[in-house]
Design a protein around this ligand. Structure first.
Ligand SMILES: Nc1ncnc2c1ncn2[C@@H]1O[C@H](COP(=O)(O)OP(=O)(O)OP(=O)(O)O)[C@@H](O)[C@H]1O
Ligand SMILES: [Mg+2]
Length: 217
């Protein structure tokens, strides 16, 4: 049976549990609402936030919801979604997103990224939010590199907000001695827990309704 006929059989207008959810389509369970609120605080305070949770817990959805609610004329969101690109790749993405032409040598690329990040707020009045997804896959060099970007004006102020989204191994990894400098700068740690039984029922009903099933469970 084709997927269209299967959908029609159940009365779906679109497939349930899709990824293309508009902000108003999100299910407001406690962990989601809490994650969105805490990310908002992290942005205001320009802190480093570590949002962890199992696969599918809703980390990316919560971060997307939080940054979507920000005034785009006063915020610049840079999404780093491919941790395998290495430190050069991360810096290059940041520089390009801020309108620069990434310099070739790392020794020139690092100050270029730092200068552009500082200028975004100081000159354009826009707060930068670096969203680093799948951060549990970042190697040690990348994690350290991201921390170093936060060292501005002899570590007096943080020039941007850094959100690290990852599976629970990320939290455990950061506790290892080698990452102490990064770990002690983390201002927000939030683990998105699984749904409670009543939330699960309402979550499923919510998705079925979004899919067009008027008479949900
Ligand atoms: N608040 C929500 N309301 C409705 N659906 C949600 C919500 N949070 C998550 N989902 C659903 O769960 C799916 C997985 O969420 P998401 O991609 O954010 O998980 P994740 O924690 O980032 O997973 P991964 O570790 O695999 O990247 C989404 O595509 C969406 O369908
Ligand atoms: Mg994700």
């Amino acid at each position: 049976m084709s997927i269209e006929r299967l959908g029609a059989h159940y009365g779906f207008e679109r497939m349930p549990f899709g990824k293309d959810l508009a902000p108003g389509m999100l299910h407001p369970h406690r962990a989601h609402a809490e994650a969105v609120a805490r990310i908002g605080w992290c942005v205001c305070e320009r802190r480093i936030g570590v949002i962890s949770g199992e696969c599918g817990a809703g980390k990316t959805v919560a971060a997307r919801a939080a940054v979507r609610s920000l005034d785009s004329s006063r915020h610049t969101v840079i999404y780093l979604g491919t941790p395998g690109v290495g430190l050069r790749g991360l810096y290059g993405t940041i520089v390009s997103a801020l309108g620069g032409d990434p310099r070739f040598h790392c020794s020139a690329l690092i100050p270029q990224a730092q200068e552009l990040l500082a200028a975004e707020e100081a000159e354009r009045g826009k707060r930068v939010i670096l969203v680093c997804d799948e951060a549990h896959l970042l190697d040690a060099q990348c994690l350290e590199g991201l921390r170093c970007l936060q060292n501005a004006e002899m570590d007096q102020t943080a020039p941007f907000c850094l959100l690290l989204l990852g599976q629970p191994t990320l939290r455990r990894r950061l506790r290892l001695g080698g990452f102490a400098a990064l770990d002690q700068r983390v201002g927000l740690r939030y683990a998105i827990a699984g749904l409670q039984a009543d939330e699960t029922a309402s979550y499923i009903a919510h998705h079925l309704k979004l899919a067009g099933l008027g008479h949900a469970v």
